[in-house]
Write a protein that binds this ligand. Structure first.
Ligand code: G3P
Length: 220
């Protein structure tokens, strides 16, 4: 299982990577724009925080295969452990195929249907990123898409992993993991909701109070 943080917020990455055993950080052009650092500045900053063994994902902006490939090669040179995100559209499949032939690792992104994800995987993507909440928000069923896509990958492209993305609630993340997705990328606010445990906090305070009543201090 792999957990990624979907953010360019360096403080959030620092805070959450100390609590969660993250596999790395994912970004997209909107996320990078929010952080205001261009990728050649941002990626080394993220790398310094998460260390050498984690993976960073960065996305191409180009729309045509040749320019997608050039941009992917540029991004790939910016960081030693980068996976290039390529939109899973027709030109993206061509770019994924060409990059796969050059051993550049790719993720097919902006997946809104199981077949689209299977095509990206078949073209050679190591990961595919179904957009769970964005599909839910347009009247679709994001979890059902992840379940079908996982079944298709198990049957036809078992070396490709789902990296489920676009979450607004902890239960969307849970349902993707239950559907068999090997990886999820979580925005910091959803990660904080998943880490919050009010009922457990109450139980721990009760333990403390009971102990203090009898022993007067908290040393065992
Ligand atoms: O990184 C891509 C994906 O996570 C987009 O998420 O929150 O913008 O729907 P969101």
């Amino acid at each position: 299982m792999e957990i990624y943080l979907d953010t360019a917020d360096l403080d959030a990455i620092e805070e959450l990577s100390e609590i969660l055993p993250i596999a790395g950080v994912t970004t997209n052009p909107s996320i990078v724009a929010t952080g205001k650092h261009p990728l050649n500045v941002l990626l080394p900053k993220i790398r310094r925080i998460i260390g050498p063994s984690c993976t960073i994902f960065a996305q191409v902006l180009a729309r045509e295969p040749e320019s997608m490939i050039d941009e992917a090669l540029y991004l790939n040179d910016l960081d030693p452990k980068l996976v290039v995100k390529i939109p899973a559209i027709a030109s993206g499949f061509a770019a994924i195929m060409a990059l796969s032939a050059r051993s550049v690792r790719t993720l097919g992104t902006a997946i809104y249907s199981p077949m689209q994800g299977l095509f990206a995987a078949h073209a050679g993507a190591c990961y595919v990123a179904p957009y769970v909440n964005r599909l839910d928000a347009t009247g679709g069923d994001g979890i059902k898409m992840v379940q079908s896509l996982q079944k298709l990958l198990d049957l036809h492209e078992p070396s490709c992993s789902i990296l489920a993305a676009s979450f607004r609630t902890p239960s969307q993340v849970l349902d993707c993991l239950l559907a068999g997705a090997r990886a999820v990328t979580i925005p910091p606010d959803v990660a904080r909701q998943m880490l919050a445990s009010p009922a457990v906090d109450v139980a721990i305070e009760r333990f403390e109070k009971d102990w203090l009543k009898v022993f007067g201090n908290l040393s065992a």
